[in-house]
Write a protein that binds this ligand. Sequence first.
Ligand code: CP
Ligand code: NVA
Length: 298
Amino acid sequence: MKHFLTIKDLPREKIYDLLDRALWIKKQRAKMSILNGCCGVMIFEKPSTRTRISFEIAVKELGGYTLFMTPQDSQLGRGEPIKDTARVISRYAHLMIVRTFGQEKLEELAKYSSVPVVNALSDLYHPCQVMSDLLTIFERTNDFSKLKIAWIGDGNNMAHSWINAAMYLPFELYVSTPKGYEPRKEILDEAILNGAKIKFTYNPIEAAKDADFINTDVWASMGMEDDKENRLKAFLPYQINETLLSYAKKDVKVMHCLPAHRGEEITEDIIESERSIVWDQAENRLHMQKAILEWIFS
Ligand code: CP
Ligand code: NVA
């Protein structure tokens, strides 16, 4: 049985198969039956627009159906242990899609679950989003080997999944964050040890220079809003705006997993410009997640 808690759960040799398959699924938009009659239980401890809707539609278009619950309206919110919840849901459903805070909660669910568990975002990783973003790049370039991709902003869950992805594909990844907001050292070290071409810099211009794709994300992720005032000051030089983009390649594409805070991590004119591919990224959630579910159930 397979879980998808991080990109590292994918076998290395599967990555191009998955990208090709997601592209095929996108082109066909065919109804498939691999989840015929199956139920995916979705447990979301944080809000969501894209992840919830794209997974609900993906499961349905694969022949299954979903049940959505939040901890507040289940016994999880009253302290029922995760390991008990995992075993009970496993007796009813065929899949769990979970958005939560600690990665260790997902790991515990997966340990006690006898059905696959998918990470729909945790504080540490957002693997479904980054797989979809890889598809968004792949459908434009078909080749990662000559690309400079930049991550500019917070060293957060998205940054960590990008760092994981750099172990699998031959692009160069520049990561640039303010001091105090770096990605976790052990995640960076592991990736570099495994051949990822990653350069960390505090200088956003160095990251943006000659980049083919520039990624950013909110400066305060869900659950970190209390630190927002400090973050606004520290992150200002990392805003994706016309000045920063003037250092990148002429045909640079700008990426953001959304939701975006215009005037903070990205300016209105950039997100609305032709350089922005954020709507394709959002669409590709649906197609890539179908490919991931197909891999899990194959
Ligand atoms: N990008 C993303 O995961 O969006 P939601 O929080 O709306 O699901
Ligand atoms: N880093 C953001 C991503 C939102 C999809 C967060 O965790 O809030």
